[in-house]
Design a protein around this ligand. Structure first.
Ligand SMILES: [Zn+2]
Length: 296
């Protein structure tokens, strides 16, 4: 049985809530995707001290309500889809969009489908402006990796393709880098895979500021602008990497986070060298600083 590998971007987004006893059980059941159990505990606990567990509560609630009403279809050996047909009707073109996104991204990054993936289209009613991950998210659960897509991103098959390609990229990077990938590279790769067009960037950020910008509170205009500029800059950097070595080098790069010898691991774990520095040097012969300068 696999040990939990918490999804770093998500855990950093949701903070240290859930460390106390009962929330731990709700969250453990959540990672098993046992949503009725998880939601029953969460409902009994409420939003936690000072509302601190509200984000967990909201995620569990959204997925649990969807589960109550949903049908689950196995599309193939590794891919299943869960949705409420009364809430959103998925035609062949929607299923085709999901499968094509998965196959295309897997092909580009050389992913071998070693991990089962559940795609859930969340009920329209569980969306809210203050949800922590409103545009879709993925969670590394025990039985499968789960991609949750808000209903409004699933009506149009072309939009569904983009969100699916984006989130499926995170499934691959999470598994291959064991959570070591920095935000900028993770999001830049996902933007490349969803075929996002180039957008204005504004002030060019260094790696630390760029990673921090993904944590901006997206509920106000300033935070939203900061985070969308971070996505645009990250996408530009990854397009630059793509122009050097195409898909093949990007596929090598995500594997370079974990193919390390003992000395690499000592540098990373004991001397605190960011894992991405080692990986970039290995595959492209450059570090973050020169990459950020060259891509600007
Ligand atoms: Zn993303």
């Amino acid at each position: 049985m696999r040990e939990p590998r918490p999804y770093a971007p998500l855990t950093s987004r949701y903070g240290s809530i859930g460390q106390s006893g009962e929330w731990h059980e709700a969250i453990e059941a959540y990672y098993w995707d046992k949503l009725p159990e998880s939601f029953a505990i969460a409902e009994a606990l409420g939003a936690g001290f000072g509302g601190g567990a509200l984000r967990w509560y909201r995620m569990i609630e959204g997925e649990a309500l969807t589960r109550q009403r949903a049908e689950i279809k196995e599309l193939d050996d590794t891919l299943s889809i869960e949705h409420d047909p009364r809430d959103i009707e998925l035609g062949d073109e929607h299923l085709h969009a999901i499968q094509t996104a998965v196959r295309t991204v897997a092909g580009r990054l050389g992913w071998d489908f070693s991990m089962a993936v559940r795609t859930t289209i969340l009920l329209a009613e569980v969306d809210a402006p203050w949800h922590g991950a409103r545009f879709g998210y993925c969670v590394d659960k025990y039985p499968y990796d789960k991609i949750c897509i808000p209903a409004r991103a699933a009506y149009d098959p072309a939009h569904l393709y983009e969100v699916m390609a984006h989130e499926f990229t995170h499934v691959i990077t999470l598994n291959l880098t064991q959570g070591r990938i920095p935000h900028w590279l993770d999001e830049g790769l996902a933007m490349l895979m969803e075929n996002a067009p180039a957008r204005p960037i504004g002030q060019w950020q260094d790696p630390i500021a760029l990673n921090a910008a993904f944590e901006a509170d997206r509920r106000d205009d300033e935070g939203l602008a900061r985070s969308s500029a971070a996505y645009s800059q990250s996408a530009q950097i990854v397009r630059y990497l793509h122009s050097i070595g195409g898909d093949a080098k990007l596929a090598e790069l995500v594997r370079a986070f974990t193919n390390n010898n003992l000395w690499d691991e000592i540098k990373i774990n004991l001397l605190g060298e960011p894992s991405v520095e080692e990986a970039l040097h290995e595959v492209y012969g450059l570090g973050q600083k020169s990459l950020f300068e060259a891509a600007q």
